[in-house]
Design a protein around this ligand. Structure first.
Ligand SMILES: Cc1cc2nc3c(=O)[nH]c(=O)nc-3n(C[C@H](O)[C@H](O)[C@H](O)COP(=O)(O)OP(=O)(O)OC[C@H]3O[C@@H](n4cnc5c(N)ncnc54)[C@H](O)[C@@H]3O)c2cc1C
Ligand SMILES: NC(=O)c1ccc[n+]([C@@H]2O[C@H](COP(=O)([O-])OP(=O)(O)OC[C@H]3O[C@@H](n4cnc5c(N)ncnc54)[C@H](O)[C@@H]3O)[C@@H](O)[C@H]2O)c1
Length: 443
């Protein structure tokens, strides 16, 4: 039986960052992975998706400048684009494993599950440690309807060598919007089926509607207020049936209906760790209901904290300090930006405009920036921002929509975390003309 100071379960961005942090602090640490070293983000999430988005960006920017200096049409060649994606993703698992081995972090490959307090089984091996850290992430979930097994997932989409001619995305979250935009730009006939009329609920409703309308203008078909009841394979494709006589046959249908925490096969009952489909219950020290077991990243049940790669990284840095005795404080998250990476991008950070309607302590400043130089230069069809300011004029939140909203939101995040006022912004000189040189006009 091998024994360690800490064993990290899950080799995704969160688990890896923690293993490296603990090793650097001199701990005898092991990490276990059952699938692809590197986890969701670089293999089947953020990174491959954004490689595909790169082609959409180039295409849309070229289209925006048609008749303004750029001639000809730009088309996306899906098989070539995917070859470019595979050239990146194929190397991730081996490179990740080699990095761990090079740093002399002990690695185990296989499914990890607890057998009893202090004991973890990985294949034939039983491992022990003073502390265990759950970093097992989430997996896609399909709706509970007849024929749901015929629905593909974001993981399948990101491995398609050929692009189906008609694709339906079920759901109104990040994945449906991002993948629908990519598939539409690449030439597929794209349908998004939503059970409500309100998509992307965490974002500003007006900007979500603008985003939806932009995608619809680009060719995406939205079917709102449809509850699917059945999925079936027919001679012509995948038939989706719903209430209100909804009936649509497509070549491929993707469930983008959320993700479920990987907690069900860890045998957490044996070690007294509370968890449900939303994840592992932790206190404000990321400690589970068993004092020797911690959790971080997507597998944690979080109410208001989004499940994102940089959040997993932040929690790994926090836990490194906790487990090496460098501090004993509760975790305190900074403002966390989140972006729907389409063309345009929808971005949000901090206090939302909706949270401001019931208080007089804050005010919202809404600006249509479409005709500002930054956006005119690239012929951005729509550029909007809403900033939330407190009584002292400090920035506390922002929502933005434009083809470069991701860049803007990062500047605004830094200003929120610094508690900056317009005076602080005006005391800095930013390179002109750039989105950063617009900042003082936003307050
Ligand atoms: C399509 C898509 C796009 C995304 N885009 C973005 C984005 O643009 N920006 C962003 O910030 N976030 C994005 N995310 C979310 C991001 O991928 C996650 O927040 C991030 O990967 C979480 O890291 P993690 O380490 O907590 O979990 P994961 O990366 O999921 O890693 C968990 C690892 O644990 C392993 N594991 C699970 N159970 C066991 C077990 N019993 N034994 C051994 N190993 C186990 C899994 O195989 C996996 O490798 C996206 C996600 C998806 C699906
Ligand atoms: N850009 C990013 O940062 C990014 C991108 C992709 C994914 N992610 C991460 O992955 C997670 C999962 O993304 P997602 O889009 O799958 O989930 P989501 O939680 O963002 O959206 C799920 C959507 O599916 C709908 N839905 C749920 N059950 C349904 C059902 N039975 N029938 C019809 N609709 C149903 C919900 O109403 C919602 O609109 C995100 O919450 C985020 O943490 C982040």
């Amino acid at each position: 039986m091998q024994s360690f100071d800490q064993i990290v379960i899950g080799g995704g961005p969160g688990g890896l960052a923690l293993a490296y942090g603990l090793k650097a602090a001199g701990k005898n640490v092991a990490i276990v992975e059952e699938n692809l070293w590197g986890g969701t983000c670089p293999n089947r999430g953020c990174d491959p998706k954004k490689i595909l988005v790169a082609a959409v960006e180039a295409k849309r920017h070229a289209e925006q400048l048609a008749h303004a200096g750029l001639d000809g049409t730009t088309t996306i060649n899906w098989p070539d684009l995917m070859r470019n994606k595979f050239a990146y993703t194929d190397a991730i698992p081996d490179d990740t494993l080699q990095g761990l081995q090079h740093s002399e972090i002990t690695t185990f490959y296989g499914h990890a599950a607890f057998t009893s307090a202090g004991h973890l089984a990985v294949g034939e091996e039983t491992l022990t440690a003073a502390q265990f850290i759950l970093a097992t992430g989430q997996r896609p979930v399909r709706p509970a309807i007849d024929g749901a097994q015929l629905l593909q997932t974001s993981t399948d989409f990101l491995n398609w060598r050929q692009l189906p001619k008609q694709i339906a995305f079920i759901g109104g979250g990040y994945i449906a919007f991002e993948l629908a935009d990519i598939a539409n730009a690449a030439g597929a006939d794209v349908h998004v089926i939503l059970r409500h009329d309100r998509a992307l609920r965490a974002f500003d409703a007006e900007l979500v509607k603008d985003l939806r309308d932009q995608l619809a203008k680009a060719g995406v078909h939205f079917h709102e207020n449809v509850t699917l009841t059945k999925v079936a394979k027919t001679s012509t494709g995948i038939e989706l049936t719903g209430d209100q006589q909804f009936d649509l046959t497509v070549a491929a249908a993707v469930a983008a209906t959320g993700r479920i925490a990987n907690v069900d096969t860890l045998n957490l009952e044996a070690v007294g760790v509370s968890a449900d489909r939303h994840g592992v219950v932790v206190n404000d020290h990321l400690q589970t209901t068993n004092e020797h077991i911690y959790a971080l990243g997507d597998v944690v049940a979080k109410k208001s904290i989004p499940k994102l790669t940089p959040v997993a990284g932040f929690e790994a840095r926090y836990l490194t300090d906790t487990l090496t005795g460098a501090h004993s404080e509760a975790i305190q998250y900074p403002a966390i930006p989140t972006v729907v990476f389409g063309m345009p991008r929808l971005a949000q950070v901090g206090v939302s405009p909706a949270e401001t309607t019931t208080t007089t302590d804050r005010r919202v400043k809404a600006l249509d920036m479409t005709h500002w130089y930054t956006y005119q230069r690239i012929h951005d069809p729509l550029a909007k921002v809403k900033v939330v300011l407190d009584r002292q004029g400090r920035l506390v939140g922002a929502s933005a929509l434009s083809t470069i909203a991701d860049e803007l939101i990062n500047y605004l995040t830094a200003l929120i975390n610094q508690g900056a006022t317009v005076a602080d912004v005006n005391n800095q000189i930013m390179a002109y003309p750039t989105p950063a040189s617009d900042l003082s006009y936003l307050f």
